[in-house]
Design a protein around this ligand. Structure first.
Ligand code: SAM
Length: 270
């Protein structure tokens, strides 16, 4: 079957990597696993051999038909759908458990899939995902590193992340132009512990990281926060007035959000 580059179809053909991906989900016997973009079923087979049931969400009609024909419906259900429209909460409820997720992702929608999983976190336990290596660098980066930024903080607010391994282009057919890295994401959101509001914290972090070369104080000013309020909130959060957002751990960004929230309530009364 000819591949469709527009759908990010680079099929994994490294048997050892396939086994490592399936094993990275932990003990999945009797459990329901959602696979994002099963394609020709390279990972699906390894999952079906270990899991209770696999829900394989594939957008490509021809692949979905072909894939279902190769597996017993008792073991694998191919859902022909855009994963961005897949209802993880309903699938979790039907399975009676939080789901495990796996996917060699279609790279053209990596960010949207990560945001979809973050929004569905209550239905999820763990995800093992293959992404472009540079994206994994950003997802797993810590403060002070070149790659640390909005993506790191956004993903890490929803759980812990670990890099597992990297594969060269030759591990796929056709080979992509980039290296690929598998990482594991254990869902455990931090909003309550850090005393921040989910709906406004991410937009706040986006503003804090808006311009890499600017200091945090300047980015806050550009976001409409007066220099006096920004300076007071940074001092209260124990942040150096000349710091850049890239140097701050999530805990400091949360402390700053809380200080600004106190200022906002004090000035508006709401
Ligand atoms: N899992 C297979 C493997 O490792 O060989 C295929 C991975 S390939 C990188 C990405 C797969 O995602 C393709 O099968 C593609 O058709 C599918 N896909 C692309 N966009 C999708 C979407 N929006 N929703 C679900 N699947 C999608």
């Amino acid at each position: 079957m000819p591949t469709k580059p527009k759908l990010g179809q680079n099929f994994l053909n490294d048997t050892e990597a396939i086994e490592r991906i399936a094993a990275s989900l932990g003990d999945i016997s009797g459990r329901t696993v959602v696979e994002i973009g099963p394609g020709g079923g390279a990972i699906t087979g390894a999952l079906a051999a270990r899991a209770g049931h696999v829900l394989a969400v594939e957008l490509d009609h021809e692949l979905a038909i072909w894939l279902q024909a190769g597996f017993s419906p008792d073991k694998v259900t191919v859902v022909e759908q855009d994963v961005l429209h897949f209802d993880f909460a309903a699938a979790s409820e039907a399975a009676g458990e939080r789901l495990r997720v796996v996917g060699n992702l279609p790279y053209y929608i990596t960010s949207q899939i990560l945001l979809k999983l973050a929004a569905s976190q209550a239905a999820l336990e763990v995800a093992v995902l293959m992404v472009q290596r540079e994206v994994a660098d950003r997802i797993t980066a810590g403060p002070g590193s070149r790659d640390y930024g909005l993506l790191s903080v956004t993903v890490q607010m929803y759980g812990t992340v670990e890099r597992l391994f990297t594969l060269p282009p030759e591990a796929f057919a056709p080979p992509p132009d980039v290296h690929s890295t598998v990482f594991r994401w254990r869902f455990a959101p931090r909003f309550v512990d850090l005393g921040v509001e989910e709906a406004t914290f991410t937009p706040f972090v986006r503003k804090a990281f808006a311009q890499k070369r600017k200091t945090l104080a300047n980015n806050l000013r550009a976001a409409g926060i007066t220099p006096k309020v920004a300076a007071a909130a940074m001092a209260q959060a124990g942040i150096d007035p000349h710091a850049r957002a890239e140097a701050l751990p999530i805990e400091s960004l949360a402390a700053l959000w809380r200080s600004l929230e106190v200022e906002r309530i004090a000035s508006t009364g709401i």
